[in-house]
Design a protein around this ligand. Sequence first.
Ligand code: AMP
Length: 288
Amino acid sequence: MKILKTSASAQKLALKLRSENKIIGFVPTMGYLHEGHLSLIKTARKKADVVFVSIFVNPLQFGPGEDFERYPRDFKSDEKFCRDSGVDYIFYPENNDMYPEDFSTYTEVEKITGILEGKIRPGHFKGVTTVCLKLFNLVQPHFAVFGQKDAQQLAVIRKMVLELNLPLKIISGEIKRESDGLAMSSRNTYLNKEQREDASVLYRALSYAKRKIEEGYNRDIDFLSHQMYKLIKSHPTVTKIDYIAFNNNRTLEEIKSLKTLKKNTEMLISIAVRFGKIRLIDNFVIKY
Ligand code: AMP
């Protein structure tokens, strides 16, 4: 496994691999790797000749007052993790290489970035799409693997790739969870003991909605969100519920009623909750 620390060296290598007809699979991350990242790496490994992982805590996607400075970082451990997972190349650039002082070019997907995460975190997706486009240009992947954990991010990236005719495929990876259902996340390390115990309520609330929808007795969205809200709010370390939302998983269009839904619609139920200052997101996709 090799570590590439500059964008120039990553692109040079990627172009060489392309000229040798190697299939390049790519997993972009912000590091502090866990089993969720591992499952994306494994998916890439199955389909690619060469697997690239990027580790870059992208300052552009953090708003003022968010956790950019204290985002967990441990490159030595990530390096070992990648080596053990069969990664071929880690791209580990510096901020000033990705964003020199006079940097002023951005990519933005409109509309679907104005809801859910984008509404709570203005500018977040502009940072995400800008860095992903740069990373795609550097790593030259045939495909990139993104987690369903960040459902809106996945939809936004798919839209950018489609609308800007980027020559790569986007593949999604399922959400990996702890034994109590909490979705794995680098941010889980911020949680204290009480918050960690309460945090599994996200999974329980989503499971409740799924069960009710599948049982078919009560499919009223307002009722379901209200019940989910009550369940989550009953946990003492919950300080704020940013949203509980029902959307089309592909278009992110809001789903107001299940009665008018077309068969086989992928319904995204997503939630964002704060435990103290720590903000966690989770979601289920239900084929309706
Ligand atoms: P991050 O390092 O948090 O930016 O995440 C990098 C990639 O890993 C993104 O595509 C995430 O959606 C994905 N990811 C994060 N957590 C999980 C998880 N628990 N299961 C599957 N994929 C995940």
